[in-house]
Ligand binder design. Structure first.
Ligand code: HEM
Length: 484
C-alpha cells in the first residue's frame, strides 16, 4: 500500500515536472520567437526606441532618400534621442552617436563586434580589403601594411608629394577658375599613384578618368546590390574594372619596386592576400582611401581659410616664421619645404584638426554584433548591425560654439574628454591605417598653397553632402592666383 502510494506520488511529481517543464519552455520559446527583438529575456533591458519600418524593406527608401545630407539620422535623433533602432538595406540596425557608446563599440572590435558594411559595399570592396576582413587575417594584414604607411617611412615619400603638389598648383593658378573638389581629387589621385604605386607615366586624362571611376565606385556602396545595367551598383562594378586596368598598366610601367603596391603584387606566398583578386581588392581599397578622404579635407580647408582671412594670415605668419632662415638661402618652395620637419607647426595642426572636426570625411561606420551586450540602459542583440556617426558625435560635443571654425580652441584643449570626443580616423583595431599618410600629405599641400597662392571663392556659401563621404553639393568654383 505504502509502496503503491509512493509510486503514485512520484508519478504525479514527474508528470507535474514534465508539464511544468514543457509549459515553461514553450512560453520561453514563444517569448524568444515572438518578441526576440524587443527585450533581453534575462535582464529585461529593452531595445533602443525606434521604428523597424515595412516588412523586408524596413526604412530603406527613407535611408536612400535622406542619408546623403544626414537627415535620416537627424530626424530620428529628434524623435528618439541619441540611440535608436531601425532597419535598412536588409539589416536590423542600432544607431549610436554618444562618444562613450561609440568608443565601447570601436574598442570592442573582434570580440563584441566585427566589421559589417552594407552588402553592396562588401561586394564592391571584395575579399582581401582590410575594411571587410575579419580576425585573424585582419590583424595580420594590418601588421603587413603598417611599416609602409608610418610617418617615418613616409617621410621619404615627401619628395614625390612635393613634386605632385607643385605641378598641380601651377595648373590651378594658370586656369581662369577651378572646380576645387575635382582639382583636389586630381591632386590626391596623382599623389596616391606616385607614392603608393611608384613613379609612373600617368597622364592627366588617365588621372581624371580614374578619379571619376573612384567616385562612381563609392556611389555604389550604399545601394541595393542588384546587377541591373544602369543601376548605381552596376556602374560601380564597371568602374572598379576600369580602375584595375589602370592599376595594372601603372604597375607594369612602375620603375620603383619598393612601393607598397609593388610589394603587394610581388609577394608570392602571402598568407593573407592569397589570390590575385584579393591583392587587386586591397590595392583598390588603398587608392580609394588615399583619394577621396584627403581631397575632401583639402577642399574644406581651402574653403574655410578663404572664409576666415584672420586664420589664413595667422597660418601664413606661422609658416613664414618657421622657414624664415631657409627661405633666405633658397626661395624655391620645393627646396625649402623639405629642409625642416613641418609636423611641429602647431597652428597648421590646429587648422587640420578643426577642419576634420567640422567635416569628418568618413561620417561613420558599420559593425555586426557578435554577442549581446548592454549599452547604457539598452540591450544590443546578437546578429544585428550597429552604425555609429562620427559627424553627429562631433556636433554633439559640449565644446563652446561647437559649429564654428575656431582652430585656436585646440591650443587650450587639454581635457581628455574633448580630445576623446574627436575621432575623425576612428578608433581601436580598425582605426585608419592611412592616418600618417593623410596628415603628411594634407599638411604639405596646405603649406605649399598658403605660401605660393591666394584664392577667392566664386561660389557663395558652399554646402556639403555627407554620405558615403563628405563632398560639395554643388561645384565650389575658385579663382587661384599667384601669391606674389
Ligand atoms: C583625412 C583622411 C582620412 C580620414 C579622415 C580617414 C578616416 C578613416 C576612418 C574613420 C576609418 C575607420 C572606419 C571604421 O571604423 O570602420 C578608416 C579606415 C581605413 N582607412 Fe582611412 N581615412 C583617411 C585617409 C586614408 C588614407 C590616405 C588611406 C590609404 C592610404 C586610408 C585607408 C584606410 C583603410 C584601408 C581603412 C580600413 C582599416 C581597417 O578596417 O582596418 N585612409 N579611415
Amino acid at each position: 500500500m505504502t509502496y503503491a502510494l509512493s509510486t503514485l506520488l512520484i508519478t504525479i511529481r514527474d508528470v507535474f515536472l514534465l508539464v511544468w517543464n514543457v509549459t515553461f519552455k514553450t512560453i520561453l520559446h514563444l517569448i524568444r520567437t515572438l518578441i526576440p527583438s524587443y527585450r533581453n529575456q534575462i535582464t529585461m533591458e529593452p531595445l533602443p526606441p525606434g521604428n523597424m519600418g515595412w516588412p523586408i524593406i524596413g526604412e530603406t527608401i527613407d535611408f536612400l532618400r535622406k542619408s546623403q545630407n544626414g537627415d535620416f539620422f537627424k530626424e530620428r535623433y529628434a524623435k528618439y534621442g541619441s540611440i535608436f533602432r531601425t532597419n535598412f538595406l536588409g539589416m536590423n540596425n542600432i544607431h549610436i552617436r554618444d562618444v562613450s557608446h561609440v568608443k565601447k563599440v570601436l574598442l570592442g572590435e573582434h570580440h563584441l563586434v566585427a566589421t559589417c558594411w552594407p552588402p553592396a559595399m562588401r561586394r564592391l570592396l571584395g575579399s582581401g580589403a582590410l575594411a571587410t576582413m575579419l580576425d585573424p587575417d585582419h590583424r595580420q594584414l594590418r601588421k603587413l601594411v603598417r611599416p609602409y604607411l608610418n610617418a617615418e617611412v613616409l617621410s621619404s615619400a615627401k619628395d614625390a608629394m612635393v613634386k605632385c603638389v607643385a605641378a598641380e598648383l601651377l595648373k590651378w593658378k594658370s586656369a581662369p577658375v577651378i572646380d576645387l573638389y575635382n582639382a583636389a581629387k586630381h591632386l590626391t589621385m596623382k599623389c596616391g599613384c606616385a607614392v603608393l604605386i611608384g613613379e609612373n607615366g600617368l597622364n592627366d586624362d588617365m588621372i581624371d578618368e580614374t578619379s571619376a571611376n573612384f567616385i562612381t565606385f563609392g556611389d555604389g556602396f550604399f545601394q541595393l546590390p542588384i546587377l541591373i545595367p544602369g543601376s548605381k551598383y552596376y556602374q560601380a562594378t564597371q568602374a572598379k574594372k576600369s580602375i584595375l586596368q589602370t592599376v595594372y598598366k601603372l604597375h607594369r610601367e612602375n620603375t620603383s619596386k619598393a612601393s607598397i603596391i609593388s610589394q603587394i603584387y610581388g609577394a608570392t606566398e602571402d598568407k593573407v592576400l592569397r589570390t590575385q583578386a584579393e591583392k587587386d581588392n586591397f590595392v583598390v581599397e588603398l587608392l580609394f582611401g588615399a583619394q577621396e578622404t584627403a581631397a575632401c579635407t583639402i577642399t574644406c580647408a581651402v574653403t574655410l581659410l578663404e572664409q576666415n582671412p584672420h586664420v589664413f594670415k595667422k597660418l601664413h605668419d606661422e609658416i613664414d616664421e618657421f622657414y624664415k632662415d631657409v627661405k633666405q638661402e633658397d626661395d624655391n618652395v620645393e627646396t625649402w619645404i623639405l629642409s625642416k620637419d613641418f609636423r611641429v607647426l602647431g597652428y597648421l595642426t590646429n587648422i587640420i584638426k578643426e577642419t576634420l572636426r567640422l567635416f569628418p570625411p568618413i561620417g561613420g561606420g558599420f559593425r555586426k554584433i557578435l554577442r549581446p551586450f548592454v549599452l547604457g540602459e539598452y540591450w544590443i542583440p546578437k546578429d544585428w548591425t550597429i552604425t555609429y556617426s562620427i559627424q553627429c558625435m562631433h556636433e554633439d560635443s559640449d565644446m563652446d560654439n561647437v559649429t564654428d571654425f575656431i582652430p585656436e580652441r585646440w591650443d587650450s584643449i587639454t581635457q581628455a574628454a574633448y580630445i576623446s570626443d574627436f575621432l575623425p580616423f576612428g578608433a581601436g583595431p580598425r582605426s585608419c591605417v592611412g592616418r600618417d599618410y593623410a596628415l603628411q600629405f594634407i599638411k604639405l599641400a596646405l603649406i605649399m598653397l598658403v605660401s605660393t597662392c591666394r584664392w577667392k571663392l566664386q561660389t557663395k556659401e558652399p554646402t556639403f553632402t555627407r554620405v558615403p563621404i563628405v563632398k560639395p553639393e554643388q561645384p565650389i568654383m575658385v579663382k587661384m592666383m599667384d601669391a606674389k
